[in-house]
Design a protein around this ligand. Structure first.
Ligand SMILES: Cc1cc2nc3c(=O)[nH]c(=O)nc-3n(C[C@H](O)[C@H](O)[C@H](O)COP(=O)(O)OP(=O)(O)OC[C@H]3O[C@@H](n4cnc5c(N)ncnc54)[C@H](O)[C@@H]3O)c2cc1C
Length: 270
């Protein structure tokens, strides 16, 4: 196995063009999936891609930022942000100190705590191949061939969602989630003006529940219980798991959706 240690971004595209070379972020995913198909790894730590900045109402995160760095920095720069809520619950402390943003977008495991928040926030991903391009993370997640031979250099999102709620559905705290649920809401003059609802862990890895977002628009934020909306919710397709069928996961999802919408609009937990 050959290792490469670029210190400038321009060195990376020619390396990633070579067969069998892949970027190395935190290494936690690479170790899990195995290295036998690879000839070499491109270590990203010398590229200084771990800055987390605020610019003109947007948050810009470098791709080598770890889950821990994102939690620590966003508590200051974007208090109330969905990202620290979600990432602080994932994996374990030593793993959160290693797992990077870039490696987590590129690998997008079905248990990801990162991707729901990033999709809901409408984040843009910066890619470097021959040239630099920018794509919505939701688009990249459905068109993963775009990532082949590309380096993710960072992401950017607008700080425009003050209300956020996150649920990670596990059997025990230290477990991969069976699904995660991200809810973002904007309330104006007592009514729900806009929302984003994203589930990770469905058959296509993620589902944004557009139907529910539409049903919520214009609804009074004081409505005590969104139980009526659950009847209109489409059934999502989850992969069959040993521990839970798709039907069971749909039932659990509806329970957590009701709780989430109640809590984010100021209601008490049921
Ligand atoms: C025991 C365990 C439990 C975990 N639990 C959770 C959890 O609960 N929630 C959660 O969200 N995550 C969890 N993870 C992390 C997750 O499964 C992945 O391992 C992690 O997201 C990969 O990130 P990384 O930085 O380590 O990537 P790497 O292992 O370095 O890379 C993964 C893939 O991405 C590519 N890559 C890396 N960086 C870039 C880049 N900048 N641009 C393009 N491609 C790149 C690599 O070539 C490789 O193909 C867990 C991991 C372990 C080992």
């Amino acid at each position: 196995m050959d290792w490469y240690f670029p210190t400038e971004l321009k060195e990376v595209p020619p390396l990633l063009k070579k067969e069998g070379l892949a970027p190395h972020g935190g290494g936690t995913g690479l170790l899990r999936t195995g290295l036998s198909r690879l000839k070499g790894l491109v270590d990203l730590s010398g590229l200084h891609l771990d800055a987390i900045e605020e610019n003109n109402g947007s948050i810009i995160l470098g791709s080598s930022s770890t889950y821990s760095m994102i939690c620590r920095t966003l508590m200051q720069k974007d208090p109330g942000s969905i990202l620290p809520k979600a990432l602080s619950m994932s994996a374990s402390t030593p793993l959160r100190n290693r797992i990077t943003l870039g490696g987590s977008i590129a690998s997008f495991p079905i248990w990801s705590d990162l991707m729901g928040p990033l999709i809901a926030l409408g984040s843009q991903v910066n890619l470097l191949k021959e040239t630099e391009t920018k794509h919505p993370v939701e688009y990249i997640s459905g068109n993963r061939e775009l990532l082949k031979g590309s380096l993710i250099t960072g992401i950017e999102y607008k700080k425009e969602w003050p209300l956020s709620w996150y649920h990670r559905h596990t059997r025990v705290a230290f477990d991969y989630p069976l699904f995660t649920l991200t809810i973002l809401l904007k309330i104006e003059a007592g009514r729900i003006a806009d929302s984003r609802i994203v589930v990770i862990g469905t058959r296509n890895r993620f589902t944004r529940i557009y139907e529910l977002e539409t049903l919520l628009a214009g609804r009074s934020a004081d409505s005590p219980d969104p139980v009526d909306l659950m009847e209109k919710m489409p059934e999502l397709e989850f992969p069959e798991r040993k521990t839970a069928s798709s039907g069971q996961l749909n039932c659990l999802l509806k329970v957590w959706l009701r709780r989430g919408i109640r809590e984010i609009t100021g209601g008490e937990r049921t």
